[in-house]
Design a protein around this ligand. Structure first.
Ligand code: IMP
Ligand code: MG
Length: 185
């Protein structure tokens, strides 16, 4: 069994940088939503760490729900095909919904989700994404809260996977070319 970090080429965003930024996002959200009842909707599985850390910096009464979608399979390029694997547990009509995403790459997944959620008539619908690959956008999406703009490289860690691995790294990094060999499910 190889060690977890053997396949990491370089650290793009350190644990400290992530934590400071998530704190900043939590404080902004707290300010913007004071007096409102917020529903945080996490997009599984990638947003699971961000949801936990972000929620602890939002000093407001919160409720949580999760959706799971698949866009990629295990490959590293977007297919544009989005499937809902798990839908929300509750209705969101008249709720202030904040969608929490790990990364916006082409934006196709997010555009699909926003369109879908809008039909359910939330009082408001905004997005908080940790990472944004600005150069990769295929559809324009409005991101109210963004942690980091990153170059168009494939990254793992802090929720992000390659072939379901590396999600538990506390930082965001790139993989060595050797890590992609023999794992192209
Ligand atoms: P989009 O539809 O192209 O914006 O892709 C969004 C989804 O693809 C994200 O929620 C991730 O699950 C996955 N994804 C996009 N870029 C990366 C990456 O660099 N590393 C890991 N997963 C990624
Ligand atoms: Mg993935």
């Amino acid at each position: 069994m190889p060690a977890l970090e053997d396949d990491i080429e370089k650290v793009l965003i350190t644990e400290e940088e992530i934590q400071a930024t998530v704190r900043r996002l939590g404080e902004e959200i707290t300010r913007d939503y004071t007096g409102k009842d917020v529903l945080l909707v996490g997009v599984l599985k990638g947003a699971f760490l961000l949801m936990g850390d972000l929620a602890r910096h939002i000093r407001l009464p919160l409720e949580f729900d999760f959706m799971a979608v698949s866009s990629y399979g295990a490959a590293t390029k977007t297919s544009g095909v989005v499937r809902i694997l798990k839908d929300l547990d509750r209705e969101i009509e008249n709720r202030h919904v904040l969608l929490v995403e790990d990364i916006v790459d082409s934006g196709l997944t997010l555009a699909y989700l926003l369109k879908n959620l809008r039909t359910r008539k939330p009082a408001s619908l905004e997005v908080c994404a940790l990472l944004w690959k600005t150069a990769m956008q295929k559809v324009s999406v409005d991101l109210k809260y963004v942690g980091f703009e990153i170059p168009p490289e494939f990254v793992v860690g802090y929720g992000l996977d390659y072939g379901e691995r590396f999600r538990n790294l506390p930082y965001v990094g790139t993989l060595k070319p050797s890590a992609y060999q023999g794992n192209g499910e």
